[in-house]
Design a protein around this ligand. Structure first.
Ligand code: GDP
Ligand code: MG
Length: 311
């Protein structure tokens, strides 16, 4: 185990906030590469993914929680439960707000929840790039007033362009305890590659199908193996073959996913392949199958098989 130099710091950092405030985008920005999937559709994040950022002075194990919201079905319940559990176990909590809006009712619920925790909270006003010049002072004041009875510090940043992110990471490091590296320096995530790859496919489905399918979609990687593109060709043409199943709840959703003459599946497959190639650093052969499993989101066995563990 690499202990790191004397004075090295390490610990767990949870990103908390309402759906769509930019938690996953911030994780990717801090990492300098894509680990968490993001999309304009709320509730994108399902797995409790830990992204690992290692710097010369500290190792940050970031827990990208699913947004906290009122659950409507079993999957929703498991997501909120796992977000709450993540909060209870960390060294620092990053509480994100969308700076383009003033604080609201749903925000007060999260603040109340976090006041009961003992870990220090760093408030992050994200999407600062969307705040009009003339509203900057007002917005700062609104959040300061909203949080006035806490001792939490406030950071301003834009996860999309990286502004303010260096300051933020410095601030978080101050709160981290002294400790050795918890993971080897070259680990970017604690999730198996299969989960990361499945998430990249799910992301492209969310992006391409918009509101029509998203929440009832799940992806499972069935096979992942190295193979020669053509046996006759040289080893240079080695590529990674991935066979995956996309689960939906209704036949109509399967229709949308496949599209006219398979056109939608083709688009999804192509863009997912590009994303995967940059994760794996090499060519990918990808085959996607679509399977209808009525109301899989309410079936405990199916949820567990797909990696949404009860915890
Ligand atoms: P999460 O649900 O909190 O994980 O939110 P995501 O990271 O998935 O982001 C939700 C949406 O907000 C996506 O469309 C992002 O591109 C967008 N977004 C995230 N951070 C920023 C930001 O700093 N500025 C702007 N303009 N958009 C952002
Ligand atoms: Mg997310």
């Amino acid at each position: 185990m690499d202990l790191g130099p004397k004075g090295y710091k390490s610990g767990f950092v949870a990103l908390v906030g309402r759906p769509n405030v930019g938690k996953s985008t911030l994780v990717n920005q801090l990492m300098g590469q894509k680990v968490a999937i993001t999309s304009p559709v709320a509730q994108t994040t399902r797995n409790r993914l830990r992204a690992i950022l290692t710097t010369p002075s500290a190792q940050f194990v970031m827990v990208d929680t699913p947004g906290i919201h009122k659950p409507h079905h079993l999957l929703g319940e498991r997501l909120v439960k796992s977000a709450r559990k993540a909060i209870g176990e960390v060294d620092v909590i990053l509480l994100l707000f969308e700076a383009s809006f003033p604080p609201g009712k749903g925000d007060a619920y999260i603040v109340k929840l976090l006041k009961e925790q003992k870990a220090p909270v760093v408030v992050v006003l994200n999407k600062w790039d969307l705040v009009q010049e003339e509203s900057i002072e007002l917005r700062k004041k609104e959040y300061k007033t909203f949080l006035s009875d806490s001792s939490w510090s406030i950071s301003y940043c834009s996860a999309i362009n990286g502004n303010g992110c260096d300051d933020l990471i410095e601030r978080v490091e101050m709160y981290l305890p002294l400790g050795p590296k918890l993971y080897p320096s070259d680990f970017i995530s604690d999730q198996p590659e299969k989960i990361l790859l499945a998430e990249l496919i799910r992301e492209q489905i969310l992006i391409h199908t918009k509101e029509e399918v998203p929440h009832s979609v799940a992806v499972k990687i069935d096979r992942l193996e190295e193979m020669s593109l053509l046996k006759k060709k040289s080893l240079k043409n080695e590529c990674t073959a991935i066979l995956a199943t996309v689960f939906v709840e209704r036949k109509s959703q399967k229709g949308i996913l496949i599209g006219k003459g398979g056109s939608m599946m083709k688009k999804i497959g192509q863009s997912a392949r590009l994303q995967m190639q940059s994760l794996i650093n090499g060519p990918i052969y990808l085959e996607l199958f679509v399977k209808v499993v009525p109301s899989w989101r309410s079936k405990p066995a199916k949820l567990s098989e797909l990696g949404y563990e009860e915890n």
